[in-house]
Design a protein around this ligand. Structure first.
Ligand SMILES: Nc1ncnc2c1ncn2[C@@H]1O[C@H](COP(=O)(O)OP(=O)(O)OP(=O)(O)O)[C@@H](O)[C@H]1O
Ligand SMILES: [Mg+2]
Length: 240
Protein backbone atom coordinates (compact mmCIF):
# COMPACT_ATOMS: atom_id res chain seq x y z
CA UNK A 1 0.00 0.00 0.00
CA UNK A 2 1.24 3.52 -0.66
CA UNK A 3 1.35 5.71 2.43
CA UNK A 4 -2.03 5.45 4.19
CA UNK A 5 -4.33 8.46 4.34
CA UNK A 6 -6.04 7.07 7.44
CA UNK A 7 -4.45 5.15 10.29
CA UNK A 8 -6.38 4.02 13.35
CA UNK A 9 -4.12 2.66 16.07
CA UNK A 10 -5.36 0.60 18.98
CA UNK A 11 -8.79 2.18 19.12
CA UNK A 12 -10.62 1.14 22.29
CA UNK A 13 -14.08 2.42 23.19
CA UNK A 14 -16.05 1.59 26.30
CA UNK A 15 -19.66 2.29 27.19
CA UNK A 16 -19.84 1.95 30.95
CA UNK A 17 -18.25 -1.41 31.64
CA UNK A 18 -18.90 -2.68 28.13
CA UNK A 19 -16.01 -2.75 25.66
CA UNK A 20 -17.47 -1.89 22.24
CA UNK A 21 -14.07 -1.64 20.52
CA UNK A 22 -10.95 -3.39 21.65
CA UNK A 23 -7.67 -2.18 20.17
CA UNK A 24 -8.84 -1.86 16.55
CA UNK A 25 -6.14 -1.11 13.98
CA UNK A 26 -6.90 0.00 10.44
CA UNK A 27 -4.95 1.64 7.63
CA UNK A 28 -6.60 2.95 4.46
CA UNK A 29 -4.57 3.84 1.37
CA UNK A 30 -5.42 6.70 -1.01
CA UNK A 31 -8.34 5.80 -3.27
CA UNK A 32 -8.85 2.39 -1.65
CA UNK A 33 -12.24 0.62 -1.57
CA UNK A 34 -12.63 -1.24 1.70
CA UNK A 35 -15.62 -3.20 2.96
CA UNK A 36 -16.15 -3.17 6.74
CA UNK A 37 -18.41 -5.99 7.87
CA UNK A 38 -19.44 -7.73 11.05
CA UNK A 39 -22.56 -8.97 12.83
CA UNK A 40 -25.06 -6.52 14.38
CA UNK A 41 -23.54 -4.84 17.40
CA UNK A 42 -19.95 -5.76 16.48
CA UNK A 43 -18.84 -2.12 16.72
CA UNK A 44 -18.82 -0.92 13.10
CA UNK A 45 -20.78 2.30 13.68
CA UNK A 46 -18.95 2.92 16.96
CA UNK A 47 -15.67 2.65 15.06
CA UNK A 48 -16.90 5.12 12.43
CA UNK A 49 -17.97 7.46 15.24
CA UNK A 50 -14.46 7.26 16.70
CA UNK A 51 -12.82 7.83 13.30
CA UNK A 52 -14.97 10.83 12.45
CA UNK A 53 -15.05 12.41 15.90
CA UNK A 54 -18.59 11.81 17.15
CA UNK A 55 -17.08 9.68 19.94
CA UNK A 56 -13.76 9.92 21.74
CA UNK A 57 -12.02 6.58 22.26
CA UNK A 58 -10.56 5.78 25.68
CA UNK A 59 -7.39 4.53 24.06
CA UNK A 60 -5.74 4.72 20.68
CA UNK A 61 -5.10 7.36 18.03
CA UNK A 62 -6.51 8.40 14.67
CA UNK A 63 -4.17 9.84 12.05
CA UNK A 64 -5.52 11.37 8.86
CA UNK A 65 -3.34 12.78 6.08
CA UNK A 66 -0.27 12.61 8.31
CA UNK A 67 -1.89 14.54 11.12
CA UNK A 68 -3.01 13.28 14.53
CA UNK A 69 -6.74 14.15 14.52
CA UNK A 70 -7.61 12.20 17.68
CA UNK A 71 -8.44 15.35 19.63
CA UNK A 72 -10.17 17.23 16.80
CA UNK A 73 -13.95 17.69 16.71
CA UNK A 74 -15.95 16.10 13.93
CA UNK A 75 -16.32 19.26 11.85
CA UNK A 76 -12.58 19.84 11.76
CA UNK A 77 -12.02 16.27 10.59
CA UNK A 78 -14.71 16.79 7.93
CA UNK A 79 -12.93 19.92 6.72
CA UNK A 80 -9.81 17.84 6.25
CA UNK A 81 -11.77 15.40 4.10
CA UNK A 82 -12.67 12.65 6.59
CA UNK A 83 -16.39 12.36 5.99
CA UNK A 84 -19.21 9.93 6.71
CA UNK A 85 -22.78 9.40 5.68
CA UNK A 86 -25.31 8.25 8.25
CA UNK A 87 -27.01 4.88 8.60
CA UNK A 88 -30.35 6.71 8.70
CA UNK A 89 -30.58 9.62 6.22
CA UNK A 90 -30.98 12.94 8.05
CA UNK A 91 -32.01 15.56 5.50
CA UNK A 92 -33.15 19.01 6.62
CA UNK A 93 -36.86 18.37 6.09
CA UNK A 94 -37.83 22.00 5.50
CA UNK A 95 -35.14 22.64 2.90
CA UNK A 96 -35.20 21.65 -0.75
CA UNK A 97 -32.89 18.97 -2.18
CA UNK A 98 -30.36 21.52 -3.46
CA UNK A 99 -30.44 23.51 -0.20
CA UNK A 100 -29.67 20.27 1.61
CA UNK A 101 -26.39 20.16 -0.31
CA UNK A 102 -25.72 23.91 -0.07
CA UNK A 103 -25.80 23.91 3.73
CA UNK A 104 -22.95 21.42 4.19
CA UNK A 105 -21.10 23.09 1.30
CA UNK A 106 -21.12 26.39 3.19
CA UNK A 107 -20.25 24.70 6.44
CA UNK A 108 -17.73 22.06 5.49
CA UNK A 109 -15.43 23.98 3.19
CA UNK A 110 -12.98 26.40 4.74
CA UNK A 111 -13.25 28.56 1.63
CA UNK A 112 -16.00 28.72 -1.00
CA UNK A 113 -15.43 26.52 -4.08
CA UNK A 114 -13.98 28.45 -7.08
CA UNK A 115 -17.19 27.89 -9.05
CA UNK A 116 -19.41 29.17 -6.24
CA UNK A 117 -21.74 27.35 -3.87
CA UNK A 118 -24.72 27.13 -6.24
CA UNK A 119 -22.72 25.74 -9.15
CA UNK A 120 -20.94 23.23 -6.94
CA UNK A 121 -24.26 22.14 -5.38
CA UNK A 122 -25.70 21.52 -8.87
CA UNK A 123 -22.57 19.57 -9.84
CA UNK A 124 -23.05 17.35 -6.80
CA UNK A 125 -26.75 16.79 -7.60
CA UNK A 126 -25.69 15.96 -11.12
CA UNK A 127 -23.14 13.41 -9.92
CA UNK A 128 -25.73 11.68 -7.70
CA UNK A 129 -28.46 11.84 -10.35
CA UNK A 130 -30.77 14.23 -8.48
CA UNK A 131 -30.27 17.34 -10.64
CA UNK A 132 -33.82 17.12 -12.01
CA UNK A 133 -35.18 17.14 -8.45
CA UNK A 134 -33.13 20.05 -7.12
CA UNK A 135 -36.20 21.95 -5.95
CA UNK A 136 -38.12 19.00 -4.53
CA UNK A 137 -38.73 18.53 -0.84
CA UNK A 138 -36.89 15.57 0.71
CA UNK A 139 -40.23 14.04 1.77
CA UNK A 140 -41.13 13.58 -1.90
CA UNK A 141 -37.99 11.55 -2.65
CA UNK A 142 -37.96 7.76 -2.79
CA UNK A 143 -35.86 5.73 -0.35
CA UNK A 144 -33.01 5.27 -2.84
CA UNK A 145 -33.06 8.98 -3.69
CA UNK A 146 -32.82 9.85 0.01
CA UNK A 147 -29.77 7.58 0.25
CA UNK A 148 -28.24 9.37 -2.72
CA UNK A 149 -28.97 12.74 -1.14
CA UNK A 150 -27.27 11.55 2.05
CA UNK A 151 -24.18 10.70 -0.03
CA UNK A 152 -24.47 14.07 -1.80
CA UNK A 153 -24.41 15.85 1.53
CA UNK A 154 -21.25 13.94 2.42
CA UNK A 155 -19.71 14.87 -0.95
CA UNK A 156 -20.21 18.54 -0.16
CA UNK A 157 -17.27 18.32 2.24
CA UNK A 158 -14.99 17.32 -0.65
CA UNK A 159 -13.95 14.04 0.99
CA UNK A 160 -10.64 12.24 0.59
CA UNK A 161 -12.20 9.37 2.54
CA UNK A 162 -15.93 8.71 2.49
CA UNK A 163 -17.35 6.30 5.04
CA UNK A 164 -20.76 5.01 3.95
CA UNK A 165 -22.52 3.42 6.93
CA UNK A 166 -25.24 1.12 5.58
CA UNK A 167 -26.18 3.31 2.64
CA UNK A 168 -28.20 0.46 1.10
CA UNK A 169 -30.27 -1.11 3.88
CA UNK A 170 -33.87 -1.74 2.82
CA UNK A 171 -33.27 -1.11 -0.88
CA UNK A 172 -34.21 -3.44 -3.74
CA UNK A 173 -31.50 -5.35 -5.63
CA UNK A 174 -31.46 -2.88 -8.52
CA UNK A 175 -31.37 0.09 -6.12
CA UNK A 176 -28.42 -1.53 -4.31
CA UNK A 177 -26.69 -1.75 -7.68
CA UNK A 178 -27.36 1.96 -8.26
CA UNK A 179 -25.72 2.91 -4.96
CA UNK A 180 -22.75 0.61 -5.61
CA UNK A 181 -22.34 2.17 -9.07
CA UNK A 182 -22.49 5.64 -7.52
CA UNK A 183 -19.84 4.75 -4.93
CA UNK A 184 -17.67 3.26 -7.68
CA UNK A 185 -17.96 6.47 -9.65
CA UNK A 186 -17.00 8.61 -6.66
CA UNK A 187 -14.09 6.25 -6.01
CA UNK A 188 -13.09 6.70 -9.64
CA UNK A 189 -12.69 10.41 -8.87
CA UNK A 190 -10.05 9.51 -6.28
CA UNK A 191 -12.15 9.29 -3.11
CA UNK A 192 -11.23 6.39 -0.84
CA UNK A 193 -14.36 4.62 0.41
CA UNK A 194 -15.12 2.50 3.46
CA UNK A 195 -18.36 0.64 2.81
CA UNK A 196 -20.15 -0.67 5.89
CA UNK A 197 -22.80 -3.08 4.75
CA UNK A 198 -24.68 -6.25 5.56
CA UNK A 199 -25.62 -6.86 1.92
CA UNK A 200 -22.75 -9.20 1.02
CA UNK A 201 -23.40 -9.13 -2.71
CA UNK A 202 -22.69 -5.39 -2.65
CA UNK A 203 -19.67 -5.75 -0.36
CA UNK A 204 -18.11 -8.43 -2.56
CA UNK A 205 -18.72 -6.47 -5.73
CA UNK A 206 -17.36 -3.21 -4.36
CA UNK A 207 -14.48 -4.07 -2.06
CA UNK A 208 -10.81 -4.51 -2.94
CA UNK A 209 -10.26 -5.47 0.67
CA UNK A 210 -12.53 -6.61 3.50
CA UNK A 211 -12.15 -5.92 7.21
CA UNK A 212 -14.19 -7.92 9.72
CA UNK A 213 -15.15 -6.79 13.21
CA UNK A 214 -16.59 -9.26 15.70
CA UNK A 215 -17.46 -8.17 19.24
CA UNK A 216 -15.28 -5.07 18.97
CA UNK A 217 -12.19 -6.87 17.66
CA UNK A 218 -10.78 -6.96 14.16
CA UNK A 219 -10.61 -10.65 13.24
CA UNK A 220 -9.70 -10.42 9.55
CA UNK A 221 -8.37 -7.86 7.06
CA UNK A 222 -7.39 -8.67 3.50
CA UNK A 223 -8.38 -10.06 0.12
CA UNK A 224 -12.20 -10.45 -0.02
CA UNK A 225 -12.29 -14.08 -1.16
CA UNK A 226 -9.66 -15.12 1.39
CA UNK A 227 -11.32 -13.23 4.22
CA UNK A 228 -14.66 -14.87 3.49
CA UNK A 229 -13.02 -18.31 3.65
CA UNK A 230 -11.52 -17.50 7.07
CA UNK A 231 -13.07 -19.92 9.57
CA UNK A 232 -13.60 -17.24 12.25
CA UNK A 233 -15.54 -15.18 9.72
CA UNK A 234 -17.65 -18.14 8.71
CA UNK A 235 -18.35 -18.87 12.36
CA UNK A 236 -19.32 -15.26 13.07
CA UNK A 237 -21.71 -15.25 10.16
CA UNK A 238 -23.21 -18.68 10.60
CA UNK A 239 -23.63 -17.99 14.32
CA UNK A 240 -21.64 -20.19 16.72
N1 LIG B 1 -23.94 5.30 22.82
C1 LIG B 1 -23.92 4.04 23.25
N2 LIG B 1 -24.10 3.72 24.54
C2 LIG B 1 -24.05 2.44 24.97
N3 LIG B 1 -23.81 1.39 24.16
C3 LIG B 1 -23.65 1.64 22.87
C4 LIG B 1 -23.68 2.96 22.32
N4 LIG B 1 -23.46 2.89 20.98
C5 LIG B 1 -23.30 1.59 20.70
N5 LIG B 1 -23.40 0.84 21.81
C6 LIG B 1 -23.24 -0.62 21.90
O1 LIG B 1 -21.99 -0.94 21.33
C7 LIG B 1 -22.08 -2.13 20.52
C8 LIG B 1 -21.67 -1.83 19.11
O2 LIG B 1 -22.68 -1.07 18.48
P1 LIG B 1 -22.54 -0.53 17.00
O3 LIG B 1 -23.71 0.34 16.75
O4 LIG B 1 -21.20 0.06 16.82
O5 LIG B 1 -22.64 -1.87 16.15
P2 LIG B 1 -22.72 -2.08 14.58
O6 LIG B 1 -21.65 -3.06 14.23
O7 LIG B 1 -22.73 -0.78 13.89
O8 LIG B 1 -24.13 -2.82 14.42
P3 LIG B 1 -25.21 -2.76 13.22
O9 LIG B 1 -24.70 -3.70 12.16
O10 LIG B 1 -26.46 -3.29 13.86
O11 LIG B 1 -25.33 -1.35 12.74
C9 LIG B 1 -23.52 -2.62 20.66
O12 LIG B 1 -23.56 -3.58 21.69
C10 LIG B 1 -24.27 -1.37 21.06
O13 LIG B 1 -25.41 -1.69 21.82
MG1 LIG C 1 -24.13 0.21 12.65
Amino acid sequence: MSRPILEARGVTKQFGGFTALDGVELAIGPGERVGLIGPNGSGKSTFVNCLTGALTPEKGAIHFLNEDVTALPAWQRARRGLVRSFQIPRPFKKLSVIENVQVPLRFALSEPPPTGIDRRAMDILDSIGLDAKANWAPKDLSQVELRKLELGRALAANPRLLIADEAMAGLSDSEVDEIVALLERLNGEGIAVILIEHIMRAVMRFSQRIVVLVAGRKIADGDPAEVMRHEDVERAYLGQ
